[in-house]
Write a protein that binds this ligand. Structure first.
Ligand SMILES: Cc1ncc(COP(=O)(O)O)c(C=O)c1O
Length: 399
């Protein structure tokens, strides 16, 4: 008999839980960060695969270059460039979704015990990557306007004095996961100023950037500071569909050159079929059209949430009104466990995501992530009403 438990590497010993999401037909899923399925290129993908195969099936089925399909890299470089910040194709690596971009960054930069600064709360998928790299994760509190710069400055000074500056600062400045917050231009500039002063690079994650509902967000950190100071991780998962697994990483040309090696170690190469399909979807105008459709659909869902929430009127409970992306952050009254409430809400027919999974130390911040991208406006209204009922009972009886 093999004693597997004694063989696991240290990083694999913890209990890795899946997201609590409602799978039963009676449960409204407001926990998983799934896009709206009606936006998926359901007809276009098979048609494009067929026409690509007819054009040059042998090339289509061959190994892909490790950095990815060149025309798509070139398009991303151009699309990410501004008048002041020019991105070259060699500064772009295509990845298997943004998640792999984060993993490659960690493989390149993090040694066991190295410090990495993250927002609190932050995207659980990134926290898992940094934990698996044995990073020492230091959390900087996040508020509506962005990262707390006073705390960031204090931590950077302390770490500088101890001789252990962080390898990077990881941030999701726009339509943040899990809170829906968007950092103001002032905070972005302040963050860049501190990062520059202490000589620390930034890893900027931008999966939701194009999905604004009301007005375009402030410029990205990459646009403001360029790829010598900011590594950017992006994806088509939210604007085309997750199953393509087409993401990218932008950074200094030398780092991207090295990144190819770690991408190769992970999976040799991503699918050339799917990268070509993504490129054709862009060339045919599907992507651009889809982004504007997505903005309208998600705006209607955000409005459904805010209107439904306004009718609840549960004392001590607040919910953000996101201006883009997939998520809203619901804060519970002082002292209420979000984890216990998550379970209670599930029993009432709504799945939501409690705060511990968004903190490296698993702390319960008394808040929950509500996903608005997947349920319909009607389901959001029903789900919010169910949350209201659950809250009334939960807070009265203090389960
Ligand atoms: C902030 C953030 N980064 C990265 C990802 C991963 O994206 P992908 O599906 O492209 O791997 C997600 C997906 O939910 C996300 O929310």
């Amino acid at each position: 008999m093999i004693r597997w438990n004694s063989l696991y590497a240290e990083r694999a010993r913890a209990d890795h839980k899946d997201l609590v999401s409602g799978t039963g037909r009676q449960v409204i899923n407001m926990s998983a960060g799934f896009p709206e399925p009606s936006l998926f290129p359901v007809e276009e993908v098979p048609r494009l695969i067929q026409s690509l195969a007819a054009e040059d099936g042998k090339a289509l089925l061959q190994y892909n270059p490790p950095a990815g399909y060149e025309p798509l890299r070139a398009w991303i470089a151009k699309h990410s460039s501004t008048q002041d910040t020019r991105i070259e194709t060699e500064q772009v690596l295509l990845t298997h979704g943004a998640q792999q971009g984060l993993d490659v960054v960690a493989k390149l930069l993090v040694e066991p015990g190295d410090c990495v600064l993250v927002e609190g709360p932050s995207f659980h998928g990134a926290l898992w990557v940094f934990q698996a790299a044995d990073a020492k994760i230091v959390t900087i509190p996040l508020e509506g306007e962005g990262m707390r710069l006073d705390v960031l400055e204090a931590r950077l000074s302390e770490l500088h004095e101890q001789g252990g500056l962080p390898k990077f600062i990881y941030t999701i400045p726009t339509f943040h996961n899990p809170t829906g917050y968007t950092a103001t231009l002032e905070r972005r500039l302040g963050l860049l100023e501190l990062a520059e002063r202490f000589g620390v690079p930034i890893v900027e994650d931008v999966p939701y950037n194009d999905l604004w509902y009301d007005a375009a967000p402030p410029p990205t950190l990459l646009e403001l500071a360029g790829p010598e100071r900011v590594i950017q991780v992006g994806t088509f998962s939210k604007t085309l569909c997750p199953a393509l697994r087409v993401g990218w990483m932008i950074g200094p040309a030398g780092l991207i050159q090295k990144a190819r090696h770690f991408k190769h170690i992970a999976d040799t190469c991503s699918s050339g079929i799917l990268q070509r399909v993504a490129y054709r979807l862009i060339q045919e105008g599907f992507w651009e059209h889809n982004v504007s459709r997505a903005r309208e659909l998600y705006r209607a869902k955000r409005d459904a949430l805010t209107e439904a929430f306004a009718t609840l009127n549960v004392p001590g409970v607040t919910c953000t009104v996101p201006s883009g992306g997939f998520f809203a952050w619901m804060k519970l009254p002082e002292g209420i466990s979000s984890q216990k409430f998550q379970q209670f809400a599930l029993e009432h027919g709504v799945s939501i995501a409690a705060s511990p999974m968004f903190f490296a130390d698993g702390k319960d911040a008394g808040a929950c992530r509500l996903t608005i991208s997947f349920p319909s406006p009607e389901q959001i209204r029903q789900g919010t009403a169910k949350l209201g009922e659950a809250m009334q009972r939960f807070f009265t009886h203090q389960y």
